[in-house]
Design a binder for this molecule. Structure first.
Ligand code: PGA
Length: 250
């Protein structure tokens, strides 16, 4: 049985006080369950929040990015080793905002995944097509190449630590959610691709999250799809009631 996972990507929001308050509110309101809950705040809050979530069963901490480099004279970079040392267990790799605004290439993502895996972080590897690519009708090809160009550099034993998040770019922060049919169709396709790169057995074990305007209203229908194993939540993860409701939507 694959794990059910809900990850909250806070992006560049909140001050330290607000971050601590939000996480305390989430912890006090959440319904106990086996759902894996991952809080992904900005870097400066990681250590303080680890003191909060580190003590709560089924809660984990993640980072929004890591460097492709191990250490050294790279001003402003944050390494996977540093993230592990402050209690992170997960890290987002290849979020579409990083690909688009910070020019992250597939080559960078291979290096980032390597760094993350080398320091016991579970990467959440994000893929997704743009609106033009969706409307052009070649979205399966886009996803196939995003997966092949990165994942083919990893062995099966490395890949089993990677979670995939399918986030259609046209749905991120837009209020436009993929329909359950669009989500299921793509998640099934992604699982088939994992089977062809690695094996059917590994594909069945791979967690594939949906992201893109997933909220307390639509999470239940999305999570009911056979190949949707949970969600990567942006905007709605900044509200404790919404985030808690989403974790209870399986
Ligand atoms: P959203 O963001 O839920 O605000 O659409 C999702 C994401 O970017 O991970």
């Amino acid at each position: 049985m694959r794990k059910k996972i809900v990850a909250g990507n806070w992006k560049m929001n909140n001050t330290l006080d607000e971050a601590v308050y939000l996480v305390e509110e989430i912890i006090s309101k959440v319904k106990q369950s086996e759902v894996v809950k991952i809080i992904i705040p900005p870097f400066p809050f990681l250590e303080s929040l680890n003191r909060k979530v580190g003590e709560v069963v089924s809660f984990h901490l993640g980072a929004q990015n890591c460097s492709s480099l191990p250490h050294g004279a790279y001003t402003g970079e944050v390494s996977a080793k540093m993230l592990h040392s402050v209690g992170c267990q997960y890290v987002l790799v290849g979020h579409s905002e990083r690909r688009a605004y910070f020019n992250e290439t597939n080559e960078d993502l291979v290096l980032k995944l390597r760094e993350a895996l080398a320091h016991q972080l579970k990467p959440i590897f994000c893929i997704g097509e743009s609106l033009d690519q969706r409307e052009g009708g070649f979205y399966f090809e886009v996803i196939k190449s995003q997966m092949a160009e990165v994942l083919s550099h990893f062995s099966a034993s490395e890949f089993i630590n990677i979670i995939i998040a399918y986030e259609p770019i046209w749905a991120i922060g837009t209020g436009l959610t993929a329909t359950t049919q669009q989500a299921q169709e793509m998640h099934q396709y992604i699982r088939t691709e994992v089977a062809s790169i690695f094996s059917e057995e590994i594909a069945q074990q791979t967690s594939i999250l949906y992201g893109g305007s997933c909220n307390a209203k639509n999470a239940h229908d999305l999570f009911a799809c056979k190949d949707v194993d949970g969600g990567l939540i942006g905007g709605a993860s900044l509200n404790a009631d919404d985030f808690c409701a989403i974790t209870a939507s399986f």
